[in-house]
Ligand binder design. Structure first.
Ligand code: ACO
Length: 213
């Protein structure tokens, strides 16, 4: 069984940890987060320590992989890039009760939460989050560092560009795109393409502001 370092010890990481354990492919070894200044055992016996330990641990142990379990798309990218690890050292975590087509492609560093459905021809980029019960219909293309929140739905052939966040319960009708690093608000319905680096809300979704983060 390979060993796994989880980076991040917040709410999202709790759920990622459940997914990792439910797959029985990994033995969880360490939970690293910059809230910990020193390395030491946590109450659960796992190593706790700052994120900077990860690079050394990965270098020293070929049987160890890593997963960046940080909910913020921008921070997840920053931390994943700083690790400078080969793509295959980033775990791909899929909950056993997610439904993923054999004709879908998922990149390393991505997590698929329970109840999510990813249909044929869809692809999910690296370090994505397909959250609880999200639906990714056939032929969708989801970029790296994107987050599809719980209960969100992409109809067929939707493109979600890098770093975009589709809010909880939001929907995108077929063939449209959500621009890079944009946020589609909770419960919104996109009926037109949403440009990059903006926040759009409502039904139908309209852009309310730009985003610089
Ligand atoms: C497991 C997990 O927890 S995964 C995380 C899932 N989380 C989400 O999906 C959160 C998505 N975030 C949202 O929907 C947020 O409300 C945002 C990002 C759209 C807006 O947040 P902010 O940038 O802080 O804007 P703010 O709260 O000031 O709202 C701006 C205006 O938009 C309205 N608004 C905000 N969100 C929405 C929404 N989802 N739908 C409709 N209108 C909205 C506000 O009422 C406000 O209107 P007003 O100016 O007339 O008063």
């Amino acid at each position: 069984m390979r060993r796994l370092i989880l980076i991040g010890d917040g709410g999202h990481a709790k759920v990622v940890r459940d997914v990792a354990l439910s797959e029985h492919r990994y033995e969880l070894t360490a939970v690293l987060d910059d809230r910990y200044e020193e390395a030491g055992p946590g109450t659960d016996g796992l190593l706790r320590g700052p994120v900077k330990l990860a690079r050394h641990m990965l270098r020293e142990d070929d049987g160890m992989d890593v997963f960046v379990a940080i909910g913020s798309n921008t921070i997840r990218r920053k931390v994943a890039e700083a690790l400078q690890a080969a793509p295959e050292r980033f775990a791909l975590l899929i909950h056993p009760r997610a439904v993923v087509s054999t004709e879908a492609r998922l990149a390393p560093g991505t997590v698929v939460m329970p109840g999510a459905v990813i249909n044929a021809g869809a692809s999910i980029g690296a370090h994505g989050i397909v959250n609880t019960c999200a639906i990714v219909e056939h032929d969708c293309v989801v970029g790296s560092y994107a987050h599809l929140s719980p209960g969100s739905a992409l109809a067929g052939g939707v493109t979600v560009y890098e770093g975009a966040h589709v809010g909880i319960g939001a929907a995108v009708i077929q063939g449209l795109s959500i621009g890079a690093w944009s946020l589609l608000g909770a419960g919104a319905v996109a009926v037109r393409d949403i440009p990059g680096r903006c926040t759009a809300v409502g039904v139908p979704a309209v852009v309310i502001k730009g985003r610089n983060d």
